[in-house]
Design a protein around this ligand. Sequence first.
Ligand SMILES: Cc1cc2nc3c(=O)[nH]c(=O)nc-3n(C[C@H](O)[C@H](O)[C@H](O)COP(=O)(O)OP(=O)(O)OC[C@H]3O[C@@H](n4cnc5c(N)ncnc54)[C@H](O)[C@@H]3O)c2cc1C
Length: 592
Amino acid sequence: MPAYTAPLEDMRFVVHELLADERLQSLPGNEEFSADVLDAVLEEAARFCASVLQPLNRSGDEQGCLFENGVVRTPDGFKDAYREFAAGGWTGLAADNDYGGQGLPETMDALVNEMLCASNLSFAIYPGLSHGAYRLIRRYASEAQRNAWLPPLVEGRWSGTMCLTEPQCGTDLGLIRTHATPRGDDVFALNGAKCFISAGEHDLTENILHLVLARTPDAPPGTGGLSVFLVPKFTINADGTLGPRNGITCGNIEHKMGLNASATCTLNFDDAQGFLVGGLHQGMRVMFTMMNGARLAVALHGIGIAEAAYQGAVAYARERRQGRALDGPRSPEQAADSILVHPDVRRMLLGMRSQIEGARALSTWVAARYVHAQRNPDAQARDDAHDLVSLLTPILKAYCTDMGSEAANLGVQIYGGHGYIREHGMEQLVRDARVCQIYEGANGVQAMDLVGRKLPAHAGRYLRRFFQPVAAFIADNSDNGDLTEFVAPLSEAFALLQKATRWIAENGTRDPNEAGAAASEYLRLFALVAMAFMWARMARIALASESKNKFYRGKLATARFYMQRVLPQTASLYACIVAGGSSIADFEDEAF
Ligand SMILES: Cc1cc2nc3c(=O)[nH]c(=O)nc-3n(C[C@H](O)[C@H](O)[C@H](O)COP(=O)(O)OP(=O)(O)OC[C@H]3O[C@@H](n4cnc5c(N)ncnc54)[C@H](O)[C@@H]3O)c2cc1C
């Protein structure tokens, strides 16, 4: 397995320099988190990931989870690692102090999560879902329910799941059949079957809280008739102790392409006791709290895998000797130069690095905006931040997971045949990364969410929350000659994004198939511009920095690569969008 070292210098740069004007420390509840405290958290997480989680990544993949008589066992070492993880307080990192959490801002949670995903994505999925369950319960459950359910969840003694998918129902949640029959006092009996449920059954925690989308009798058809129910694996007594086993059984676990140490379960509900959370027929609104958080978390799956692939590829490129540099030998004393001298290998490495660092900046910015949406005392500032998070959530989910898969594949390419065989662990990254483009809403569906819901929302209000700061940045910096090489391409690509947006608004309203055909290219165009915005801001900081050390020189050089070699993709994406969707829509079904 390639060694993974958390990119702490870049993470510190993002938190302390790029996002300095977010002033997170001035928000209520954040006052105690000095730069030193945040750095100490990142360092400790990095140590845990390198020493505990990463060594289990390969063995977890090879051993996989074991299903026997309804019981799921995680691979050797996972239980101990989880115990240490929970004891270290990591399960409650961004949870409220009131429930036993550390109360750290979500920016920290995002960066720590990236480390977990880079070192062992299968492991990261277990606590990741618990945090999503925490957010849903905290927002929608009654005070008594919060007090009963949240402390053990935060402590890591219990875990959570998100139960949406059924065999006949994936993207289209209106097809859900699992039903909930009232038994009085917001207690329901659930019957039905869910499939593909991550962490649906395992041996890491004492109890599992399943958050289940189900239909009540006489509910309207489609998504409008769905409600969310909390269904515990073990029933919970009034004093918080565990009662008898609830009517939920694990029917099987899936045998998958990757993520072998993450249990993906079939769950059967037979008169299982469930509690309504967040109001009858409010299921989609309530579940979106968990789904949106999970989409941002899955973006980190992509970034984490990409970072692991990049680090492996750089290490290999330095030591593998093949051929000579085109302009003459670099290591004449050796039989061949390292492959790092070849422009094509450098192109692949820089393609990975520029997108990873851009995506890290963008996702942490969105996490900072999320903190404002939660904690800013000013209602307008909260709403503005919420709009931006809503807009960028599908973009981050789809772009970062596509990037994770591309980077994992490039990692294999740089290793050549040694990447394709199991020995070096690069092929595991490809297998583990692939599903991130599918779960939490397939990436094509994210693109539909962007063009169908987020663009038209409140007459373009979400969009303005992004367009305005980009336009202001361009205006503020267009006279700065040193920045021209970064601001000019940003400005050009931003103009294309605005034109593409107008094109979709006009043509998509006339014919929704036009919006559907343009959606994926539009999402990618948007993501590339959003990352260019981050890169231009990072370049400005690096240029202004008194220290011209290796880190800042690397930042500027990577920003330059991004502007010259990645951002120009926006022109071809724009050309595809405005070509229209007739070549797609008019293709005869029989001809496929
Ligand atoms: C390892 C793993 C873990 C998972 N964990 C969970 C979990 O914890 N909880 C849970 O509930 N589910 C989970 N899932 C299920 C996952 O979320 C679904 O697989 C995913 O939402 C897609 O649903 P589907 O597979 O049925 O594909 P479908 O919905 O059948 O889609 C197939 C294809 O058609 C496209 N498509 C479908 N509808 C549209 C549309 N309207 N517009 C454009 N394109 C469309 C999709 O983009 C996709 O490419 C998991 C799946 C896997 C493989």
